[in-house]
Structures are given as structure tokens and as C-alpha cells.
Design a binder for this molecule. Structure first.
Ligand code: 1GP
Length: 262
């Protein structure tokens, strides 16, 4: 079971780092390097998915990653119904609750419900909320939905609360991959104060300082994708910032806040 990792984070203040891998952009050497970092304790969770996945070798890459890891869980983060894979440990079963596209609120879920059951995948009902990150992103275009304006924390908070009332188990706030601006601290804070669910934040986090800001505003887990695709050498520095945000030790916290913005 992967979900308890998230509830424990919310309950204890332990902060988590998730690395998102887009199977279309995966490379063998990069996967091995990321796995080595994870095995050294620098990654808590891998997310696996993308807006478009066409790579015929996606399944093979997932197998390669899984077999290189000493237990770091892999959660599917699917951009389409074609991205289910029983090799993963769990699935973020996304409902795009910031949008009004019925297909992404219930339609696609009906299409894959039986397959999820057959695969015995741990499905984690996830209220997926897009927040404007300063430019159109693949996810806003592909989902045909409008993100919540970045300067409207109350709308984000009410959306998250509705998601919690509907039975979602996680809130994932995303500015979209490669977002110009990551989600502002005040939006994260507003959502944090409104719901008791684990909060995942991603999109545009490309520096340890941005990671620290999101975590200090109330994210329990941050997701970094783009920023590690070409160069993952800064992952230990990122992981250190996440660990520093976890601790209640003020000295370590200061060390985390001092990390430079790349
Ligand atoms: C996108 O939250 C993820 O869905 C990660 O975004 O690729 O910008 O890190 P980045």
C-alpha cells in the first residue's frame, strides 16, 4: 500500500519528494541514475506518466526502473487511458476537479474501471486541480479545461474542499509541466487550511528554493519533472531541501531556506 505514505506525511510533517518521469522522454542512462539516487535515499516516490505517451518502449522502461529500485514506490500519473500498467505500485486516479470536462470527471474512469480492478492496482482517488502557471501547458490544452487563476486562493480552497467532500483521498495541485511560475505559497496555504488530505504540489519547481517554498506553504509532497529531465545532478541538493523542510529542527530549516535559486 502506497497511500499510507501520504497520510503519514500529512500527519507527521515529513515532507516527500516525488520525481515525475515522462515515459516519452525517458532514457536508459537517466533512469539508472535516478534509480541510484532513489536507492541512496534521495527520492521518496516516482510518478510515471505524461500528457502524450507514444514511446513503444514505455512498458520496458517501467520494468527497467522498477527492477533497479530497492523499494521506492512508483505511482502512475496517467494522461490517458492507455497509460495503465500493472507493474506500478499504485495509480493516482485523477478527477480533474478544477475543470468542467465530464470526460475527466467520470467518463474515462468508467472506461478503465474494470481494467484497474483486474490489474489489482491500488487506486488513489485524487482531486486534480490545475492552477494557472503563467502560460498554457500541455495539460491545460489536452484536457480542454481552464486552470484556476493564480491569484484566487479562495477558489482553489473551495475546489479542494469539494473534492474532499466527494471522497477524494489526495489533492494534487499542478501548475502544469514546465510552468513559468510554480503555484504561489498563498494558494497552497489556503488549500492546506481548508482540507485534511495529503497535498501534492507540482509544476515549475526547478530549484531547491522553489521546492522549499511549496513545502513550507503546506505541500506534503512536491513533484519535479522537467527540471530533472536533462540534468539530475542537482537531485541530492533538492532532496536536502526537502529533508530540511521536514524537520522541526530550526537550524536545519535555516539550511534549507538558504539553498540558492538555480
Ligand atoms: C507536472 O507536476 C508536474 O504535471 C511536474 O511539473 O515538469 O514542471 O516539474 P514540472
Amino acid at each position: 500500500m502506497v497511500y499510507p505514505l501520504l497520510t503519514e506525511a500529512r500527519a507527521t510533517g515529513k515532507k516527500l519528494l516525488a520525481v515525475l518521469i515522462d515515459p516519452d522522454k525517458a532514457r536508459r542512462d537517466n533512469l539508472r541514475q535516478l534509480a541510484d539516487y532513489a536507492n541512496a535515499g534521495n527520492v521518496d516516490v516516482f510518478l510515471w506518466g505524461g500528457s502524450l505517451v507514444n514511446a513503444p518502449q514505455a512498458e520496458y522502461y517501467l520494468k527497467l526502473l522498477k527492477s533497479s529500485l530497492n523499494g521506492t514506490p512508483i505511482i502512475l500519473f496517467p494522461g490517458s487511458v492507455y497509460q495503465l500498467d500493472a507493474q506500478a505500485d499504485a495509480l493516482f486516479l485523477l478527477s480533474l476537479i478544477s475543470g468542467r470536462n465530464p470526460d475527466l470527471l467520470i467518463g474515462r474512469h468508467v472506461q478503465v474501471a474494470s481494467r484497474i480492478k483486474q490489474m489489482k492496482l491500488e487506486a488513489i482517488p485524487t482531486g486534480y486541480i490545475l492552477i494557472d502557471g503563467g502560460k498554457p501547458t500541455s495539460v491545460s490544452y489536452m484536457s480542454n479545461t481552464t486552470p484556476i487563476p493564480a491569484d484566487k486562493p479562495p477558489i482553489a480552497a473551495a475546489t479542494a474542499l469539494a473534492g474532499e467532500q466527494l471522497g477524494m483521498k489526495v489533492i494534487y495541485m499542478d501548475a502544469g509541466s514546465g510552468a513559468q511560475h510554480p503555484i504561489a505559497g498563498k494558494v497552497i496555504k489556503a488549500v492546506r487550511n481548508e482540507v485534511g488530505l495529503p497535498i501534492v504540489v507540482g509544476g515549475g519547481i526547478r530549484t531547491p528554493a522553489r521546492a522549499a517554498l511549496a513545502l513550507e506553504a503546506g505541500a506534503d509532497m512536491i513533484v519535479v519533472g522537467n527540471g530533472l529531465e536533462k540534468d539530475s545532478n542537482w537531485l541530492p541538493e533538492l532532496a536536502a531541501a526537502v529533508r530540511a523542510a521536514s524537520t522541526s529542527d530550526p537550524e536545519l530549516k535555516t539550511a534549507g531556506a538558504g539553498v540558492h535559486d538555480k
